[in-house]
Design a protein around this ligand. Sequence first.
Ligand SMILES: Nc1ncnc2c1ncn2[C@@H]1O[C@H](COP(=O)(O)OP(=O)(O)O)[C@@H](O)[C@H]1O
Ligand SMILES: [Mg+2]
Length: 305
Amino acid sequence: MIQIEHLSKTYDGASKHHALIDVDLTIEDGDIFGIIGESGAGKSTLVRCINLLERPTSGRIVIDGEDVTGYSGKQLLELRSSIGMIFQNFSLFQQRTVLKNVTFPLELVHEKREHREKRAYELLELVGLTEKAKSYPSQLSGGQQQRVAIARALANNPRVMLCDEATSALDTRTTISILKLLKDINEELGVTMVVITHSLAVAEKICNKIAVIDKGRIVETGETAAVFSNPQSAVTRELLGSDYLPGDFDGSAGTSASGTDARGRSASTILADAIDAASNPFVNAGRPEVHASTSEGKPAGRRVK
Ligand SMILES: Nc1ncnc2c1ncn2[C@@H]1O[C@H](COP(=O)(O)OP(=O)(O)O)[C@@H](O)[C@H]1O
Ligand SMILES: [Mg+2]
């Protein structure tokens, strides 16, 4: 369990910026916990505080009952290796092969070469990229690169994965395949997920709980279905409004500048519909990549063990 207690973060600069103000959140083991908010709301700052990439100005991060806020040195390294992280821009090492990207975290902890490579091949199989082991990131599609990043994030068997706008650079179909993979990893490996997203459709589909953040403050939190059906804060209602164009939607389904398509559906509705279609076994056996254009390459391999 991750408890975030009275967390504040102020960036010093020409003028002080209060990026997080008195944030309280509890993320239970096994949750897929969504953090939703507009650009600049403080989402990245919040997740970066969880693994102490960002040092809180005040407040505490408590993991499994232990206050980790003051960790440094070896304790900090151990904490970070127990928390995987993926990003919008994948953050792969361009000079390393796919295999060497995935073995990297194991090199840091001085795992033997045979063990590293065996583990990396297991993970590449998990994400459906075994045949790309010797390729370089630039030879892969965006979705494939994010799969490599997910494999790398899992190398140390983390119990928690932080996903910062992980699908924001991907088209709708690829977004769906990555969400399915994250959900499989959550359900079958029991990895707790913290999912930052602009997309209400993404949050609605995979998160069991969500928190809405606005100008550094949590304005609403609860079970996803309850928040969506009965939003309590004006900010949430505004986000749910039809004008809202999710940041991870690339417009490929034909939205206009107003955020609606020719049928008047908002971007989040289009994505939700696409996710529903992809979940329909009659349409594509639950694996959207199977029918995707060649850009996504091979379908994912077997399900997570
Ligand atoms: N290193 C930094 N120095 C100063 N201000 C920052 C820094 N990082 C983020 N901020 C500011 O803090 C606010 C929250 O940023 P961020 O957490 O990245 O928001 P989000 O991820 O929700 O878009 C923004 O106004 C941003 O400009
Ligand atoms: Mg961000």
